[in-house]
Design a protein around this ligand. Sequence first.
Ligand code: NAD
Length: 381
Amino acid sequence: METSYKRRRFLHRLGQAAMAVPSISFLSMDAYGSNLYTGRSMEEIINPQQNKKLGIALVGLGSYSEKQLAPALQTTLRCKLTAIVTGSPDKAAKWKEKYKIPDKNIYNYQNFDSIKNNPDVDIVYVVLPNSLHAEYTIRAAKAGKHVICEKPMATSVKDCEAMIKACKEANKMLSIGYRLHFEPHNMTMAELGPKKTFGPLQKIIAIDSQEMDPGVWRLDRERAGGGPVMDLGIYCVQGALYTAGKNPISVSAKEGAKTDVDKFAEVEQTMDFQLHFPDGLTANCHTSYAEKGNLLRAEAEKGWFELQPAYGYEGIAGRTSNGKMDLQNVNQQATQMDDFAGCVLNNKPTRVPGEMGLRDVKILMAIYEAARTGQKIPLKL
Ligand code: NAD
């Protein structure tokens, strides 16, 4: 009863998205014959493996777990919340009650490795401050679990490589929490650019800025690995790359002036950076913790297309020089987690693998190097 209700809701979600696209065919099939946004083949959508839901353990019960992932996991078809990992007994009690999590599925950071013996957990989702992503991804892989790791994948290229190696050695899948790869507007940008629907691209503009409260780990270099570049600039990098449909060959960057030197004592307040693509195309990107901005825009020979806002959990809106993008917003986190569960269940590669996270961290590190040196930094991706 409950499952069929959820299934109806999902089909409703999918149907809404499918019906709302008069001119842009975003419901294309990927290499596996799966729907681009759900990873499900039509056969799987019509006849999902009702009884098989993978168990997910959320590691770190901060804002993103509490407000986005756990609620999304109440709507997923292929996976469900079965365990939590937290350092706070208060949070453990609250989550236990709210989500009916048995004591045997509640872990802390010390006894986390014993999750190895828990058959209720198939996937560990690492939702910790950036500097802890590598440690918990590697520990999860060693415990024999598949892993979703939040963005940015890690605070160094070396850590990303170690995470990929650990998952390979354990024969477990690793994906990054790149929810926008499951978002219709963003994936429409990823179709319009490479397909040259408006002709060859001439320019990409990507802006992601948010005001940041003082005293949080995101302003602490050790735990965040950097400032807005790591947290928000990564969306500009991602947006530019999927809109261009290719990787950049070099980057240049300039750090903006600090208007609050105390708040931004350890990390940049603002960064402007350019991603240079092989055919002369440039993406002009801007990210800041001291203003608001949210845009992904492409200008091409025969028109333009853009999202504003582009990167939020909901309310994404798109326009082109031919008119509005008539697309629905979906529950990105539910679709992303269901897609990964589907990949695990069907032994198919994820669209957002660790290698993509590594590529992006290489670009983020090159942005910092470019800003530090004033040089254009070549990329080997
Ligand atoms: P948060 O500060 O709200 O939560 C962090 C959690 O980690 C807290 O529960 C905290 O108790 C725990 N923690 C454990 N060790 C810690 C330590 N040493 N220092 C600080 N906290 C520690 O952060 P968040 O917004 O939930 O972000 C967590 C991760 O999720 C980050 O990597 C972030 O980039 C990512 N994130 C992704 C999205 C997305 O849209 N994909 C959105 C928000 C956050």
